[in-house]
Design a protein around this ligand. Sequence first.
Ligand SMILES: NC(=O)c1ccc[n+]([C@@H]2O[C@H](COP(=O)([O-])OP(=O)(O)OC[C@H]3O[C@@H](n4cnc5c(N)ncnc54)[C@H](O)[C@@H]3O)[C@@H](O)[C@H]2O)c1
Length: 338
Amino acid sequence: MHVLVTGGAGFIGTSFVRMILRDRPGWRVTNYDALTYSGNLENLSEIEGNERYSFVKGDVRDAQLLDEVLPGVDAVVHMAAESHVDRSIMDSGPFVDSNTRGTQVLLDAWRRAHGVDRRFVYVSTDEVYGTLPLEDKNALFTEETPLQTNSPYSASKAGGDLMVRAYHHTHGMDVVTTRCSNNFGPWQFPEKVIPLFVTNLLDGKKVPLYGDGRNVRDWLHVEDHCEAVLTVLEKGRSGEVYNVGGNNERSNLELTHSILSIMGHGDEMIEYVKDRPGHDLRYAIDASKIKRELGWEPTRSAWPGALEDTVSWYTENRSWWERVRSGAYQSYYETQYG
Ligand SMILES: NC(=O)c1ccc[n+]([C@@H]2O[C@H](COP(=O)([O-])OP(=O)(O)OC[C@H]3O[C@@H](n4cnc5c(N)ncnc54)[C@H](O)[C@@H]3O)[C@@H](O)[C@H]2O)c1
């Protein structure tokens, strides 16, 4: 089996590439990534030289390059995306271009290379469902929940998601889509809330908490997510959507208190900042379909252990995040949080 992973130099992609090489001994992986600000090959230094791994610097919007690369590939796992909601609020253009148009260009190239019979997995997000009310704790996103996107990021991901669906219905392509909740773990770009807060505290800075912190997210360890994607790649039913979640709902304030407590700080390190415009209130996932049909459920996401391990990783890998946080990221941080 030869899998091409788009976005394989990002947070989830690097974990997925490592997992394939570790857990599927006969498989080959091509990592196809444009190396935007969030792509980092340093995260894969341990597998450099592995003869089952190769890297192609390429953009999912580059049809010509895809036509050269895809013919020898058995399956595509499409993870490449502009992934940060706050950036999509500042400028949505790159999001529509990479996430919606890029997915269409990649689907067309995949169909040119192999017709419709080879598998294409699209890594979407639970954010395509919009938001749930805070008051109704029993409300969950199911695969039948209508797509009601609220941020330019989620709208651009839904564009790709619907394009994938359309290529199945129109052309009969073998596609499967996953919609996953918030991931955490090592090697996450420190613009996202957990590494942002942990690295701020390690630097003696306060943590910028949006609004009153009552927004709720479901948290899933990145390796659980990758295992779900691998399961869907191997066993998912063609044309289906599978929700992926951690059964691990926390308000942002609870998350902040957990991080502060693990790191030995108190509430004085919280700086309440102006809320994100259009901030979705609550994401919560019904992931019973993937468990029932494919036998997947999370095994690495339990709190507080998984969060403690993640905090330890950033504590022990200061040189990594100091490098990643320098340069262009610094000016983004200052624009965002002053
Ligand atoms: N992080 C989460 O919590 C989460 C949750 C659900 C779904 N997702 C989805 O998972 C995928 C990966 O997310 P992540 O957190 O690893 O993001 P990330 O920002 O860490 O990585 C994205 C990767 O995509 C690459 N990329 C961006 N645009 C590209 C383009 N046009 N062509 C080729 N490569 C390009 C970047 O260089 C980077 O390596 C995304 O599709 C995202 O929407 C993420």
